[in-house]
Each structure stands twice: as structure tokens, then as C-alpha cells.
Design a protein. Structure first.
Length: 354
């Protein structure tokens, strides 16, 4: 399942949406020539062009650009769900050929997302910039304004709320369980754990940080170096699903950003593997982005493609698990409503024995 299929499609066509949105921009002039492949769409493409031009003026004239950028984000997300692949590719090409693209790149966060220096999207240092646990250095005025805009999107607020939600869950697990065993899958820099005191973390028997990126694991080791319970494991999801990582069993397993990149069959299989690795009474928590107003901008300008799931699709990630083994199954969202959580609890040992 791709990002657009997860969002669904509207009843309007790509042309109808752009024609309707053109009325917003009738006072704008157009002096940009269109690629030959877009000549048959010149009128609807003017709506996108006008929105790009208006957002650019907000930056170059040092005016407030947030409203114009928000208008552009809304238009791009609407086009994302109403376009076929060819049409959406043309929209992305238009965005990346526009001078606004270079303006967006003035922001180190946006540039890192687009360039992917570690070879994949959503790396842990990029998440630090979204979390604002690390501030970009040497920003000019335009770059600062872009950074402020990007990190003020609902999806960015959602990422920060997700971190806080998991920190609270970690704390709850430390309080409720005697010497719990905890696994973070695709842990990144594991900033949620750093919100707890070392004394609280050391109540755990072990905390396993699992990630494919050894650079991220090195940062976990540095930042949580006083945590005696910490264990670092370098490995891939493919090997985890294949049973080639013998990690043991856990009272809490969670994954914050991994499932946004997994197609549904793989997501379901991994969920089953992780659930099987729970101790009786253990809890599995999985986060996934919901469709949101920034998805079109993220894909068109940043080439950050996620798999956005509905509530039902998130719940369906547990489809491979025998219902008889589940004590409870629930869905929740963080307060911004941009990230959904699937929570599964395994039957306690006494229930299994019965």
C-alpha cells in the first residue's frame, strides 16, 4: 500500500480540483512557462503555480509567509489524494523546479530530509531537529523562518507528542512491573527514554535498543551511558522477521517511526513477531502517522514518503495474531490527532494456563 492509497481518493479529478482552487488566485499574474508535457493542463496548473509564487513572495519580501505556506500545503495535500501517479509526479516536478524549492533548502532540517545523508528518510538526527532537542546552527533569517514553519506543522507537534506519550508509558512500565524487560524497535536516538531519570531506567532488568543504524546506536550509548540496563543491538527488520535475532522476551515492546515505511503485509508479519516476543501480560505499542495536512508538502518538497494509515488500517496490523492470545486491543491518538497508536496486551500466564 502506498501513501496515496492509504489516504484514499476523492470524487473530484485532478483537473476539477485545480480549476476550483484557481479562483483563490485570480489576482496573481503568471510569467512562468510550462513544460511541454503540461501544456494540456496549463489552466489548472496555474493554481499550483500561483500558490508557489505567493509563498515565495512571502519569503523574499520578508512578509509573513505562514498563511501562504499553509495555503500551499493544503493545495498539495488535496492534489496528492486526487491525482493519479503521472499527475502527481508532474506536481512534484513543478514544485522542485520552482525557486521556492531552493528557499525551503535554506532550512537544515528540510535539506536533511530531502538529501537523506544516511541513505534513508527519517534518520535520528533529523528527528532531533523536529523534537527541537537539537537546534540548527548558522541559520539565516529565511532558513529560520522555514524551520519554524516546518516544526510548527501538526505532524511535527504530533512527533513531539508521540515522544512524550512513550516516555509516560516507559515510566508506567517501570512503576507497574518488577524489573521489566523493554525493547525499542528502530529506536533512533531513543529520546523518549532520556526523559526519565537514570535511577528510574535502572529499575529495568534490561532495555534493548534495536536499530539498523550503528551511528544512532552510538548516540544512544552516549546519551544513556549511565543506564546499566541498556543493551544495544544492531540489526534489520528483515532479519528480525526471519527469526535471526534472538532477543528474548519482553514486558514492553514499542516502535515509534518504523511502521510508517512498511507495507501492510510486512507490518502485519512484524506485529505478529513482536507480539510473540511478549512475556505473558506484556504490552506491544506501535505508532503510525494518520493522513494529515502536511503530507503533500512533505512528499513534493522533501521527498519524504510515508505510509499514512487510517484507524482501521492501524488496527488491522494485528490481523495475523490469534485473537485468543490477546488480552486487550486498543487504539488511541496523541493530542494533535496526527499519529495513531495500536496497543496490544498479551494474556497473562494464569489466563493462558486456563
Amino acid at each position: 500500500m502506498g501513501a496515496r492509497s492509504a489516504l484514499g481518493r476523492g470524487n473530484e479529478s485532478f483537473l476539477e480540483v485545480q480549476i476550483r482552487t484557481m479562483t483563490v488566485f485570480t489576482e496573481c499574474s503568471f510569467d512562468r512557462s510550462f513544460p511541454p508535457t503540461d501544456r494540456n493542463m496549463i489552466h489548472p496548473n496555474q493554481a499550483l503555480q500561483a500558490s508557489l509564487d505567493q509563498a515565495l513572495r512571502g519569503f523574499t519580501q520578508e512578509a509573513s509567509s505562514d498563511a501562504d505556506m499553509q495555503e500551499l500545503c493544503s493545495l498539495l495535500s488535496e492534489l496528492q489524494v486526487t491525482s493519479n501517479k503521472e499527475e502527481w509526479d508532474a506536481v512534484k516536478a513543478t514544485c522542485r523546479a520552482h525557486p521556492l524549492f531552493d528557499i525551503i533548502q535554506e532550512d537544515p532540517l528540510s535539506r536533511r530530509i530531502y538529501e537523506k545523508p544516511r541513505g534513508y528518510a527519517g534518520d535520528a538526527r533529523m528527528m532531533d531537529l523536529i523534537y527541537k532537542s537539537e537546534q540548527p546552527r548558522g541559520l539565516n533569517d529565511v532558513g529560520q523562518r522555514v524551520y519554524d514553519f516546518v516544526t510548527d506543522r501538526q505532524c511535527a507537534h504530533g512527533a513531539r507528542a508521540r515522544k512524550m506519550k512513550l516516555a509516560a508509558l516507559l515510566n508506567k512500565t517501570m512503576v507497574e512491573c518488577d524489573a521489566p524487560e523493554i525493547l525499542s524497535v528502530a529506536c533512533g536516538h531513543m529520546r523518549e527514554a532520556q526523559l526519565l531519570s537514570t535511577n528510574r531506567l535502572n529499575r529495568a532488568r534490561r532495555i534493548v535498543a534495536f536499530d539498523q543504524d550503528e551511528t544512532s546506536l552510538a548516540e544512544v550509548s552516549r546519551s544513556l551511558g549511565d543506564c546499566e540496563a541498556l543493551s544495544l543491538v544492531s540489526g534489520s527488520v528483515r532479519r528480525l522477521i526471519a527469526g535471526r535475532h534472538n532477543l528474548g522476551t519482553f514486558d514492553l515492546i514499542y516502535s515509534l517511526g518504523l511502521y510508517d515505511y512498511l507495507e501492510q503485509p510486512i507490518a502485519q508479519r512484524l506485529t505478529q513477531v513482536l507480539f510473540d516476543a511478549l512475556n505473558p501480560g506484556g504490552r506491544l505499542v506501535i505508532a503510525n502517522y494518520l493522513p494529515n495536512e502536511s503530507s503533500g508538502f512533505m512528499e513534493a518538497f522533501l521527498e519524504w514518503e510515508l505510509i499514512y494509515r487510517s484507524k482501521q488500517e492501524i488496527m488491522d496490523m494485528a490481523g495475523g495474531i490469534n485473537d485468543g492470545a490477546i488480552s486487550s486491543k486498543s487504539y488511541s491518538e496523541e493530542h494533535t490527532g496526527t499519529i495513531g497508536f495500536l496497543e496490544l496486551t498479551k494474556l497473562p500466564a494464569r489466563a493462558v494456563a486456563v
